[in-house]
Design a protein. Structure first.
Length: 244
């Protein structure tokens, strides 16, 4: 069954590479107009251009003080944002005893605070339109924890609580709020790993392979669809059985 998102407008943060790029591409293939957002517009022009007529490159620094004003401007320019994918995030790993307050603040500000600011502005119009899909990219470490990632794990666990609480608040307005928790995904970083390190990682996964960005993107497309209208407040674990 092909999912048709024609007539819908999606905003994807962190769309210049990796998971965000794959999400933007698959939403575009499904017919949605995709606002591909990144800190610099140059970073997403390639992605938007390759999506074609459905792709729009957008400059959006999700940690800036004027992020709400930028979202309001996008809503003015493009009308309702029907599908919001809060994907952009950072890591700044260290053992807790050595973690600098700045590293804690940067990760929480980027991964959690930005979702609050962006979603609050976008959801107002979704509620009035009585249709919307909010999809937050969390992580299995938000469910399981991970040594050396106290800040990242806290931010991703926060996204899960944010998702569930908001789903309860706005579900009656036909706006769904869900999260996707990726496991180990094939990226430029994993490509640089030694064969032994990669095998050790794969051995921990029931599917015995790393995930691909498209594994996450197809899950996003489904949650954005009309077919997923009765799914809300859910954390979809897309980790190949890494976390159960």
């Amino acid at each position: 069954m092909k999912i048709d998102l024609t007539g819908k407008t999606a905003l994807v943060t962190g769309a210049s590479r990796g998971i965000g790029e794959a999400i933007a591409r698959r939403l575009g293939e499904s017919g949605a107009k995709v606002l591909c957002a990144a800190r610099t517009v140059d970073a997403v022009q390639r992605v938007a251009g390759e999506i074609g007529a459905n792709g729009v490159a957008v400059q959006l620094d999700i940690t800036s003080a004027d992020v709400r004003d930028r979202i309001k401007a996008l809503l003015e320019e493009h009308g309702n944002i029907d599908i919001l994918v809060n994907n952009a995030g950072v890591t700044e790993d260290d053992l807790f005893i050595r973690m600098k307050p700045d590293a804690w603040d940067r990760v929480l500000r980027t991964n959690l605070d930005s979702a609050f600011h962006i979603t609050q502005e976008v959801s107002k119009k979704m509620i009035r339109a009585r249709w919307g899909r909010i999809i937050n990219i969390t992580s299995v470490v938000g469910l399981s924890g991970n040594a050396g990632q106290v800040n990242y794990s806290a931010s991703k666990a926060g996204i899960i609580g944010f998702t569930k609480s908001l789903a309860l608040e706005i579900g009656s307005r036909n706006v769904t709020v869900n999260a996707i928790a990726p496991g180990f995904i094939q990226t430029a970083m994993t490509d640089a790993m030694t064969a032994d390190a990669k095998k050790n990682m794969e051995d921990r996964i029931a599917a015995k392979r790393l995930g691909t960005p498209d594994d996450i993107a197809y899950a996003v497309v489904f949650l954005a669809s009309e077919q997923a209208s009765y799914i809300t407040g859910t954390v979809l674990n897309v980790s190949g059985g890494l976390y159960m």
